[in-house]
Design a protein. Sequence first.
Length: 269
Amino acid sequence: MNRIFVFLLAAFLLCGCAAPASPQPDSTQATVAPTVPTSIQTGLVNKDGKTYYINADGSYAKGKVVIDGIDHFFTKTGEEVLVVNPWHFVPYDYNPDLVTFYDFAQYADGNVLDKTCIDPLLKMLEDCQNAGYNVRIVSSYRRQVTQETLYNNKVDYFLNQGYDIKKAREEAGKIIAVPGTSEHQLGLAVDLIDSSYPYLDEGQEKTPAQKWLMEHCWDYGFILRYPNGKTESTGIIYEPWHYRYVGKELAKELQNSGLCLEEYLETLK
């Protein structure tokens, strides 16, 4: 009897001193994955219809960036802006979304522009008209063949003045952009005249309509693309009739700075 009691007591003590069993994992509890740093997308990126270039550190590029041997230009806020001048051609894959319209047209066949700038342009011209001035569009989008014809005619003019072919082409290019380097081929530029003075010369700057446009164009996202005294930077003579759409933000920057587009972009190096 005593032996049985001792045996039971020992078994009881052993059970009470045993280490508690390890808790089993709850199969219903989700496993949390370790955090993995997200890689930065670099290079050209399209966002909300605009193009940016993201550097390796995640910052937006500003000023000139050479991509695959081609110069690209970006504003202070990182948005790409197309620069077309004697040193930069219209991109080979550029495809404007062209629309024909007839408002304020000087000619019966109307005008053609990229749809991005048509509404701002018409609003600007309507406000100019409401201010008491008459303005007309005399040139808008140009096809390559049209630009070639205009340029070649101007070359012939200088040849007839006694210039050799090299000098004739050089002088012609200051007045009529070499085909492939004209902003008119972007569909974002227009030539505007005061209807009382139908000449594309420096006399336009003295007309009431041009004075109003020069003062207010930036409010609508346009700039006078070839200002007086900026030929060395733009490569084109002073044209107080040629307006380019760049958007309100950039237009305001240029207005406040007093710089032409090329000069402004140089400051962003």
